[in-house]
Ligand binder design. Structure first.
Ligand SMILES: Cc1cc2nc3c(=O)[nH]c(=O)nc-3n(C[C@H](O)[C@H](O)[C@H](O)COP(=O)(O)OP(=O)(O)OC[C@H]3O[C@@H](n4cnc5c(N)ncnc54)[C@H](O)[C@@H]3O)c2cc1C
Length: 400
């Protein structure tokens, strides 16, 4: 089932480990019709060493065995600094981990926008500069040659902190083919990644609609909602002179993203959407935290972390300086977070979306697949407090 043999697109997460490991540089990443990149092998240059298959996270998952007795353990994790919380996607775990792990001679790998809003992996030798990695980018990052760069640093005994999606971290570990004491891996629970191509089409639509170039863009922008609670399912965009803040009902990219309309095909077949983790610490949103801690103010952002290895446990001790941490029931955490149980579900109109997007404007392509709810429902959703909405949903469910 190895992608380069089967060409089954559900079997390639696009981590680029095969491209980076190839000793003859015979593999290159080529974009398909949907805009996702896949490895392509130049048979004339291939020496059939088989390394590409040995580092593939979709074929070799079982080789990454980091299981330890009594682990993982789950912790409620909230940064004590409000500015950090507001600048982070959820509970500010990433900031706390870099503060704790990166004391001297280190390289932090993370995901940023470049100056044309391409989503890329890069590294930084400064904690201040690494803050550009904060906030989720709901796009597959271009790993480029980050695995090779990380290996060079590791061999020079620099400390490396690598952050990414679970398949990217798996790709790195397999690429390295040995354990390094000076490597720390921090992955996230991941819903799925759209392609850069789809994100570019969305950005173009926003620029045309608002008649101005985008100069700033943020996912997970935290906004105080009408119920007096902070909500992070928003985008904040500066387009020309306009500043836009839109939630997932208003913004078409968020709408499509949260409905599973345009992820990479392998995301729906993700091998890492479960509780067997492959990094030292896993960070996620803490869904359902209100049920465990109804008195806590958790709305500015709250994460849950899974500590998976003794290295992760060691770092956890340092996190207590900057974070509120409480051990929580692992089963509760797993049950409350879909992507710790199963991959995201493909939207029924997935193929239609990719047909439409070639001829339609971005918003129309989404609207054709996910029609607007009836007007009465939209008005009710805007004016009713959350508690009332929850009760109505319960009644509808109860009446079947
Ligand atoms: C694509 C994506 C999907 C996610 N899906 C879920 C989910 O379904 N359920 C859930 O509980 N949590 C999900 N998360 C994780 C979650 O939203 C937070 O990132 C996590 O809780 C860490 O919070 P924080 O406040 O420490 O993050 P921040 O301080 O904001 O740090 C963000 C971290 O995410 C990394 N990152 C950002 N964008 C990407 C990207 N495109 N690819 C790889 N790494 C990236 C950065 O390098 C950095 O390490 C997702 C994150 C991403 C990027």
């Amino acid at each position: 089932m190895f992608y380069l043999d089967s060409k089954n697109e559900e079997m390639c997460c696009g981590c680029q480990a095969c491209e980076q490991v190839c000793p003859t540089d015979c593999i290159s990443m080529i974009e398909d019709k949907k805009g996702f990149t896949y490895p392509f092998k130049n048979e004339e240059k291939c020496i059939e060493c088989g390394l590409c298959e040995k580092v593939c996270p979709f074929v070799q998952k079982k080789k990454i065995d980091i299981s330890f007795n009594g682990l993982p353990k789950a912790y409620y994790a909230a940064n004590k600094n409000v500015d950090t919380l507001m600048a982070s996607a959820s509970g500010g775990v990433f900031t706390s981990v870099i503060d704790t792990y990166c004391k001297k001679d280190f390289a932090i790998f993370g995901v940023q926008y470049d100056d044309r809003f391409k989503v890329i992996h890069s590294y930084s030798g400064s904690i201040e500069e690494a803050k550009k990695y904060r906030k989720s980018k709901y796009v597959q990052s271009d790993i480029n040659n980050s695995f090779k760069q990380a290996e060079t640093f590791l061999k020079r005994r620099k400390k490396v902190l690598f952050t990414g999606t679970p398949c990217q971290v798996a790709g790195l570990r397999l690429f390295l083919r040995k354990e390094y004491e000076n490597l720390f891996c921090l992955d996230l629970v991941c819903h799925g990644v759209p392609s850069q191509n789809i994100f570019d089409k969305y950005m173009k639509y926003i620029e045309e609609k608002n008649k101005g170039k985008i100069s700033d863009f943020t996912f997970r922008h935290k906004v105080l909602d009408k119920n007096g609670k902070w909500n992070s399912r928003n985008v904040k965009i500066k387009a020309g002179e306009k500043e836009l803040v839109m939630n997932s009902n208003e913004d078409k990219y968020l709408k499509g993203y949260h409905s599973g309309l345009f992820y990479r095909p392998s995301c729906y077949n993700c091998q890492y959407a479960n509780s067997e983790r492959i990094s030292d610490i896993t960070m996620a949103d803490f869904w359902g935290v209100e049920k465990l801690y109804p008195e806590d103010d958790v709305h500015k952002g709250i994460s849950v972390i899974l500590v998976n290895t003794p290295k992760g446990q060691e770092i956890l001790k340092g996190l207590t300086e900057t974070m509120s941490l409480k051990e929580v029931d692992l089963d509760f955490v797993i049950k409350s977070n879909g992507q710790l149980n199963h991959p995201a579900k493909k939207h029924v109109k997935y193929e239609d979306f990719f047909k439409n997007i070639n001829s339609d404007r971005f918003d129309l392509a989404v609207d054709k697949c996910i029609p607007k709810p009836p007007l009465i429902k939209r008005i009710a959703s805007r004016i009713l407090p959350n508690e009332v909405k929850k009760s109505i949903k319960k009644i509808i469910k109860w009446r079947g």
